[in-house]
Design a protein around this ligand. Structure first.
Ligand code: FAD
Ligand code: SIN
Length: 463
């Protein structure tokens, strides 16, 4: 078996930036295990940008903290929100040092009281992911195992097992320190903005190993998602509303203030749809839309023959972001010694009930830094901090088998069930209905088993 000082699972913004910070300190070998290619996950899809207070003359940390708390309905972990916001300036400088190139002007987005969204037009995540990846491949202390899904964790022996799809082989790695950075699980929903791999299988794996999770039912629905069959659905960035886009009915009546936090806007879209109305994003008043949002313009025109400068755009809401995840503290520590969780797979409490736009890329970077700083200061000294949680004990035996042709049907059943019964408003009857369907499903692979485990955990957390 191979030994690594540090193993990181996932290569989104959280995993890649943690790897770079560890490698820069020359503290030992880092191995990244990632299900996709090095550039994968939600990170390269991120559009609007990354929020950060950098203009301290006109903007303030207090204002960003207040906006974050307000969007989160004041249920956020205030101490961690402060860390998040006050690290913003340094984080932007680090990204620039790593080669990210931002537009000169910052965007305004829903819920923010100042245009503080650093962006590369509507391809911010792609720009950042490439900059991080360009640095990763140059570091000889970072080894990347692509197309490899972690599926089993032994916390007593500090071993992580993963399956390499290209080689069709299973491997085990011994680690001194493990960082879980595997993103969210919104792809368990049928209408989702997230890539197909974001099913939360590594969170299920962590739970089965005894790692505590929190608030798994807190899923954020984005209000402006293109209403066309496609997986993932095309996101129409919040920055379009920041630039003047409106949300209207077919007879051009505005249904909601488009700059309110996204849970409120999503609820308005959902409610109108429930009343049988078709809803549209109207961006026709935005001058030079194609220059401001070139990526979106391109896809709308080439794939859907919609011209956003002259046509209204059919929209719906879609599962977008998971506030719930592995419970972590201000240093991204889990309840298990030397195991950290960062980015969207973690619940550090910074988002509360509802994440403020563009706070997620920031969170991934900030808590990757918190984790690495803590690892370097305390290697070997950590102690388990939370009591063991009975709820997180193994529910299904783990076994390995290759992908089955029926897997697609299995996943679609989970996605349709969650979309239908565990959506924006959740009733007791609907939750019971979802449970009934899930209880009849029989997983035949580890992937299916983990997906079902997550789906059930979401429903149980609603209760
Ligand atoms: P991800 O970037 O999702 O990466 C997860 C990684 O884990 C991937 O490399 C994946 O391959 C790997 N992985 C998963 N499971 C396993 C496993 N079992 N074994 C091994 N590897 C595994 N946020 C903002 O702040 N601003 C935005 O403008 C913005 N726009 C968005 C637009 C879209 C369309 C979407 C979907 C999200 C957007 N978000 C935005 C949210 C933000 O992009 C994500 O929350 C953030 O990128 C998550 O980063 P991450 O590193 O935690 O996870
Ligand atoms: C968007 O660009 O609307 C997404 C921003 C985010 O998820 O924070």
């Amino acid at each position: 078996m191979t030994n690594f000082s540090y193993v990181i699972i996932g290569s989104g913004i959280a995993g890649m930036s943690a790897a770079l910070r560890l490698a820069e300190k020359k503290m030992g070998k880092v191995c990244i295990i990632t299900k996709g290619p090095l550039i994968s996950g939600s990170t390269p899809l991120a559009q609007g940008g990354i929020s950060a207070v950098t203009n301290l003359k006109k903007d303030s940390y207090e204002s960003h903290i207040l906006d974050t708390m307000k969007a989160g309905q004041y249920t956020n972990n205030e101490k961690n929100v402060k860390i998040l916001v006050e690290s913003g300036k340094q984080i932007i400088e680090d990204l620039q040092r790593w080669g990210s190139i931002f537009a000169k002007k910052q965007h305004l987005e829903g819920g923010h009281s100042f245009p503080r969204i650093w962006n590369a037009k509507d391809r911010t995540g792609n720009n950042i992911a490439h900059a991080l990846a360009n640095n990763i491949v140059k570091h000889k202390n970072i080894i990347v195992q692509e197309h490899s899904a972690a599926f089993h964790l032994d916390i007593k022996k500090n071993i992580i097992f993963y399956r390499n799809f290209s080689l069709q082989q299973t491997f085990a790695l011994h680690f001194n320190c493990l960082i879980i950075a595997t993103g969210g699980y919104s792809s368990l929903y049928a209408a989702s903005t997230s890539p197909p791999g974001n099913t939360g299988d590594a969170i299920a794996m962590a739970m089965q190993a005894g790692i505590i999770t929190k608030e798994l039912s807190k899923i954020q629905f984005h209000p402006t998602v293109l209403k066309k069959e496609r997986f993932p659905r095309l996101l129409l960035t919040e920055a379009i509303r920041g630039a003047g886009g409106k949300i209207i009915t077919a007879d051009e009546k505005e249904i909601v203030n488009p700059l309110l936090p996204r849970d409120i806007v999503s609820h308005a879209v959902w409610k109108n749809e429930m009343n049988g109305k078709n809803i549209f994003l109207d961006a026709r008043n935005i001058t030079n839309f194609h220059e401001k949002f070139p990526f979106i313009t391109n896809i709308l025109l080439s794939e859907f023959q919609i011209n956003p400068e002259t046509d209204i755009i059919p929209i719906t809401f879609g599962a977008h972001y998971c506030m719930g995840g592995i419970a972590t503290n201000e240093n991204a520590q889990t309840n298990i010694e030397n195991i950290y969780a960062i980015g969207e797979c973690a619940n550090s409490g910074v988002h509360g009930e509802n994440r403020l736009a563009s706070n997620s890329l920031l969170e991934g970077l900030v808590f990757a830094k918190q984790a690495v700083d803590h690892i370097l200061k305390n290697m070997g000294k950590n102690k388990t901090r939370f009591p063991a949680d009975e709820k997180n004990k193994i529910l299904y035996p783990l076994f390995i088998s290759s992908d089955k042709p029926k897997e697609k049907i299995f996943f679609e059943c989970i996605q349709n069930t969650l979309s239908q019964y565990v959506s924006i408003e959740r009733t007791k009857e609907n939750l019971q209905q979802a449970k009934n369907i899930f209880s009849k499903m029989k997983p035949v692979s580890t992937r299916e088993e983990n997906a079902l485990f997550m789906a059930l955990a979401i429903v149980e957390d609603c209760e």
